[in-house]
Design a protein around this ligand. Sequence first.
Ligand code: 8OZ
Length: 358
Amino acid sequence: MSQDILFSPFHIGSLTLPNRMVMAPLTRNRAGDGNTPHALNVEYYAQRATAGLMISEATQISPQGVGYPGTPGIHSPEQMAGWERVTAAVHKKGGRIFLQLWHVGRVSHPSLQPDGGKPVAPSALAPQGETFTADGMAPFETPRTLDAEEMPFIAAQYAQGAENAMAAGFDGVEIHAANGYLIDQFLRDGTNQRTDLYGGSPENRRRFLKEVVEAVLEVVDAGKVGVRLSPENTFNDICDSEPQATFDAVAEMLNSYHLAYLHVVEGDFVSGEKTLDYPRIKDLFGGPYMANAGYTKELAEKSLQAGTADLISFGSLYIANPDLVVRFAENAPLTEPDEATYYGGGAKGYTDYPFLPR
Ligand code: 8OZ
């Protein structure tokens, strides 16, 4: 079997990716004051610029969209200026980077909300468990139900975030519709118990995502817009009674927009189970398909060869191996990531992972 496909080019929109390896979006909680990217973040992204494509860590579109301390935003001039330094450094190294547009919905806490108010969600259902706040772990609180009239306003904030990202030099944007955050809360019937146009049938539950995609496409070319889904992930206490039907409907809806790609977190990263028919979701979408979660070099090659994916994104491998492309190409040993330094802190466990000697 040829081992070359991982290192072969791929076109999305007007971009040529030199290889099929994508750096997955990774929350690292190391933004500076005002949730602004700073020098440390510039160095981290620049180190990883040999990826075929990089996707930024999840980045909030509004103060209401914030879910954790130290995550960056794309809604203030300072944040845009910080990101501009990141994109300039990545481009100088020959890389390409999309920004991931994020609103956490109910996965927030009053202490993180601009007015100390309740987080917002499709329905007033709190996630089970506790969340990170600036003062340590705290129980989730019951969110406020969004009015239908508020939805176009939030969709417009996604579009503003996309416009800001493009102005800050990103090559495109990824709409974060995965992992139990706001859009995913609308998609799944465990968190969406609405009886209006935004709830009930799969067609109604996908409506908010459709409106966000259409709002973003008003300001960014379709070839520069990706969407991320996680059809069976239970992270952030989310579930659906019929995930295959729900996400078949989502993939079908996304088919008509000629998007850059569909990025799918396959399986449940809490239990490790993978039961859905992902090739079906890929076929219904019809465009470039980026697979994620648990891929090794061998599994990636196998999937690309079989045609069950066009691109593969790597998360934890990219945390610990800034030169992952070279390491895969040379079958060099990989560095193990240190989970204790995933979220928050400084350079340790962030920009100090070794490169192979050159
Ligand atoms: C891990 C910790 C905090 C946030 C996601 C943005 O899962 C995240 C995230 C992951 O998409």
